[in-house]
Design a protein around this ligand. Sequence first.
Ligand code: URA
Ligand code: SF4
Length: 264
Amino acid sequence: MSLNREQMLVEMGISPIWVLRDAPAVEFDVAHQIQEAAQPVPSAAAVAEAAPLPVQHVYQKSEPSSPATLDVGALDWPALARQVAGCRACSLCEQRKQAVLGVGDTSPDYLFIGEGPGADEDAKGEPFVGQAGKLLDSMLAALDIARGNRVYIANAVKCRPPGNRTPEPAEMAACWPYLERQIALLKPKIIVLLGKAAVHAVLHDDKSLASLRGRRFDHAGIPVVVTYHPAYLLRNLPDKAKAWEDLLFARRTLREQTTPELPF
Ligand code: URA
Ligand code: SF4
């Protein structure tokens, strides 16, 4: 599927805002969001049928083990998934239903990193399956990609923070070896950080997103770019246009990375 620019903007839900700049346009967009939210979230099985996922990192059974005695940097995917499923390295393990490692193409172009699982993700064992996830899927569609197709999706912490609070720096630090190992195994061509927690976890930077957008950072030789978290965009609809700019910047950066001789 290849979308033209107008279709991409519609997918992102930003076309009405760009066409009509005043308040009614935003109201229209809100109505669109509410209507979208009323649709049932497709089941993981339905998503898998639409786009078979090479690896679904959902492990139901696990043995608790001690990360302190383990070299996370040496784990392969199955061992990493088992380790995360049984992890008790921070207090977020106490109230989780299950740890949520990630989902998608394990040789991806893009790695999107969010904050942490919410209630829906905790229940399903997959990142971004709630309302913010629907918007993320629209953002991916606007780039002509989808979860499982050139994309892997992960979070800064693998267990749901109670009440959906922001993870503490210590919790992100405890979980970092897993994310770091995921990045090393995935070898994405670009990393897109969704929101402040992901920026803190990967870049150890607490500056405002506004000051970090549109710049190219680096993690282990992989380009890293920053944009708003989809949950934030649901509350601040006009900033979707900025997120769209960020995604175009990510795509340009990816193309420069893969075909440096082409002037995109
Ligand atoms: N928000 C996140 O940051 N991650 C999820 O998986 C879901 C919502
Ligand atoms: Fe372990 Fe990360 Fe879950 Fe904390 S959030 S218990 S470090 S997997």
